[in-house]
Design a protein around this ligand. Structure first.
Ligand code: NAP
Length: 480
């Protein structure tokens, strides 16, 4: 075959919904100058045999996803030993009418984990979930010798997964030691942590926190107190609330985009052994692909990126710059309140008091919930301090970022600004200092992420993009 001899690939699953795989494979084909296509084949279980029969002559290869990774096995002419050991195939190669099965999920995950600076090995791993992805993660952790806990809301499913994994591994780690697998109920984890159990790596494999229900946390936050690193397989949003919460605690945490890309690249190499590697180590193409996928996720799966912080932290200036950088719209919460009330914020404070202002502010937050397009929202200085307001943001598909400006920078920025109600009256500096000291810990506790906000605007924007996983950060992610 040649560049002018198009190769056709695809994805079989059901239901398929939206998938990034066509974009990834179009990029990889383009990267090596090969014409080709990657199409989605939504295939209900009862149509699998018929679809395989039709596609075996048409496609050069395809990926399988839920619910076909095991169901495909009887249709294959050969299964690579590693895939046979997994008992699951996600990559089918068609050669001269023969179908060969491979699994790129495990190696893709391992590559992504290493790229995030995290490692499997002796120590203790916690797999959250007991579905297909959890099965792969438990297999990888246990074979590397980790004492692997599998925690699911239904402990019977966790037990079944542990038993299957031990069987698939023949009871031995790669180093020949007995495998250590332990089932748990999700609800038991806080007690285990409180009694001193520690995990070197938490591997998240449930849909909890995934867009469109971005507010979810798959484990209670106290569990993070006993965890040293987090890999969340969810890639939409790019950083889930779990990932953000871990980073807030100084725990290295990464989302699942790398796993998606690496398994695709491995499938591509299996299908096209005659072509150059489309993503060789250190190639800038990898960066370009990730940037394209991040953009696609942000634009297809709208969220509110809510900037919080004290007066003078730069919420509007930084918000506008962030919106420009992401090519999304910008909303100012105070502006919405004023438009709805037909009065300025100082007038609302003066005539109706703070309680009424907060009520209007919450109503404005509700009006922004579940946006049609991603947007940046600049929230007022006190807007996100109540649990109720934070819940409105989260339930409305929002993630909040604290612009953490020092008191020195704030005083410099707001000096002489008579339009702010708080600055009217005698000795405004003492009042600003006192309020800042009282509010800062509450801001820090309420925000999903926080970035230093004393520096130049574009630097703050860079830090926000990295904090939210919208740009590549250092190992393990998070702001600089
Ligand atoms: P799956 O087979 O359907 O398994 C989902 C697991 O999550 C099950 O154990 C399920 O428990 C559990 N779960 C669902 N809702 C839950 C809730 N509200 N609370 C607690 N547990 C809950 O799905 P999968 O194929 O393993 O995929 C799992 C996740 O992996 C996906 O949501 C996706 O975000 C991620 N993923 C990432 C990639 C990647 O390349 N990065 C690829 C595929 C999937 P029950 O059995 O009790 O329902």
């Amino acid at each position: 075959m040649s560049a002018s001899d198009p190769r056709r690939f695809g994805l079989l699953g059901h239901p398929l919904g939206h998938s990034l795989s066509p974009e990834i494979h179009a990029f990889l084909l383009d990267q090596v100058g090969q014409e080709g296509s990657y199409a989605l084949y939504d295939t209900p279980p009862d149509r699998l045999g018929e679809t395989v029969g039709r596609l075996r002559g048409d496609l050069s290869g395809w990926n399988c996803t839920i619910p076909h990774k095991q169901a495909i096995l009887p249709y294959l002419d050969a299964v690579e030993p590693a895939a046979a050991r997994y008992g699951a195939v996600n990559t089918v190669r068609c050669r001269a009418g023969r179908l060969e099965g491979f699994n790129s999920d495990g190696p893709g995950f391992r590559a992504a984990l290493a790229a995030a600076g995290m490692h499997l090995g002796p120590g203790r791993a916690l797999v959250v979930g007991a579905g297909g992805v959890a099965r792969m993660l438990a297999f990888e952790a246990a074979r590397e010798g980790a004492e692997t806990w599998v925690a699911a809301r239904d402990p019977a499913k966790a037990e079944a997964l542990c038993a299957d994994t031990a069987r698939a591994l023949g009871g031995r780690t790669d180093a020949g030691a007995p495998v250590l697998l332990r089932a748990a109920a999700l609800s038991d984890l806080p007690v285990a942590i409180a009694s001193g159990v520690r995990f070197d790596l938490l591997l998240q494999a449930t849909p909890v926190g995934m867009w469109p229900e971005t507010s979810g946390l798959p484990v209670p936050l106290e569990v993070l107190g006993g965890v040293r690193a987090v890999y969340d397989t969810i890639y939409n949003p790019l950083a889930t609330r779990l990932v953000l919460a871990a980073r807030r605690l100084g725990i290295p945490a990464a989302g699942g985009l790398g796993m998606l890309v690496e398994q695709a690249a491995i499938s591509f190499r299996l299908w096209n052994p005659d072509l150059p590697d489309p993503l060789p180590p250190g190639d800038p193409a990898r960066h370009a692909l990730y940037a394209e996928l991040r953009r696609a996720i942000l634009h297809r799966s709208p969220v509110n990126l809510v900037l919080a912080g004290f007066m003078g932290a730069g919420k509007t200036t930084v918000g506008l710059a962030l919106a420009r950088r992401l090519d999304v719209s910008f909303s100012d919460l105070d502006g919405l309140v004023e438009a709805a009330a037909g009065r300025t914020v100082p007038e609302i404070f003066r005539d109706s008091g703070e309680v009424e202002f907060r009520r209007l502010e919450r109503a404005a937050l509700v009006s922004l919930a579940r946006p049609d397009r991603t947007r940046v929202v600049s929230a007022g200085g006190g807007a996100l301090l109540s649990d109720e307001a934070a819940a409105i943001v989260h339930e409305g598909r929002g993630l909040s970022v604290l612009l953490d400006a020092s008191i020195g920078a704030i005083l410099e920025r707001v000096a002489g600004d008579g339009s702010r109600p708080l600055l009217a009256g005698p000795d405004p500096e003492s009042r600003v200092r006192a309020l800042w000291a009282e509010r800062r810990p509450r801001y820090l506790a309420a925000a999903d992420a926080s970035v230093p906000a004393d520096g130049p605007v574009e630097r703050v924007v860079d830090d926000i993009l990295m904090a939210l996983g919208l740009e590549e950060g250092p190992v393990g992610g998070g702001p600089r």
